[in-house]
Design a protein around this ligand. Sequence first.
Ligand code: CTP
Length: 418
Amino acid sequence: MLKGKRILLIVTGGIAAFKAQELIRLLRKHEASVRCVLTDAGAKFVTPLSLQALTEDKVYSDMFSLTDESEMGHIQLSRDADLLVVAPATANILARMAGGLADDLATTVLLATDKPVLAAPAMNVRMWTHAATQANVETLRKRGIQFIGPNDGAMACNEYGPGRMSEPEEIVTAIEALLTTEKPPLERPPLERPLAGKRALVTSGPTREAIDPVRYISNHSSGKQGHAIAAALAQLGADVTLVSGPVGVADPAGVTVVKIESAEQMLAACLAAGKVDVAVCAAAVADWKMAKPASAKIKKKAGSAPPALELAPNPDILATLSKPGPKRPALVVGFAAETENLVANAIEKRTRKGCDWIVANDVSPASGTFGGERNTVHLITAQGVQDWPTLSKERVAMQLAGAIALHLTRKRPAEAAE
Ligand code: CTP
């Protein structure tokens, strides 16, 4: 989607400037071209040389460079771009943009441009929540500047809260959204809450199938990935219902959590959630339950053989939600937990279950996925397979939520995210 697009990336002075390098790498992977303007403060965090190597282009810093002015004036810099991205955007540059200053190359380009501008703020939590910064952001929003983030999280200054720059993958998703919408700047939905007004259903964790009142059949699912997806969808503005089996992870903030034990209870809770725009089935649902769970604890009997467990199939929640009809969500996403032939099995699973996308992940013990912090996934759609790099489960969740937002908000949904 970004092939041939020209991004002018303005890198200002914050600790998050190092993430600008990953952003350039990702944009170039998407076949966009990137040209950088680096402020003096930005140059304290990243070198012009590293940005030049990554962009394979000259890095522009000096407002009064005679060569630059003859080769490439500051007006031309912004004219040659499809989009201006300020990442990281410090409190200082936001204030200078809001005030209409043109006291260095970055602010001059920003004042002179007629192109869309996306800012990814990054600063200390108190600086972000300060009334001055919030007023500046409000002013800039009213002028059509788009914002992505900041995210909540632990910060370099040992504080916690909003202020962390959005991850490069999230910024790329926001750039794609901006460059593919035809709406004028002031009519675009805010990028940081593109799922506002949409309903999402997420299943997470394992199910427990009772053998008797004290024993059960279950699996190793930790719920980390499913819970992170519910949190990411809520962060993008969706009204999220999370149906969760028994897990040790905390309920995500701002999400309606329905706690269940068995697969049958999970299905009933999913159906009770009503019509949703997107369903993500990340739960590791037990495929089988006891045909007849014992109503009292099964006792050992001296000399007799261990009891045989007669199993019966559980309902398939993903397949049920994927059935065509007026209640079907616009997008149904399943997971494929595989220990071998990952992609081939997942492609087959997408067709068999009738869902739109499958997130395939390797759960062989060597991968460390179950209970681990990181995940290597492949996104399987009708159009093909996207191999994602190994990411934290939070970043997989955010990237998936971004792809979902893009799919649900684009003009021609059938072509999204592929
Ligand atoms: N799933 C579900 N209900 C079930 C079983 C699975 O909703 N009874 C969903 C999971 O949440 C996941 C997807 O189906 O999104 C695939 O789960 P997986 O365990 O990989 O597949 P299975 O259907 O169990 O197939 P297999 O025999 O390959 O394990």
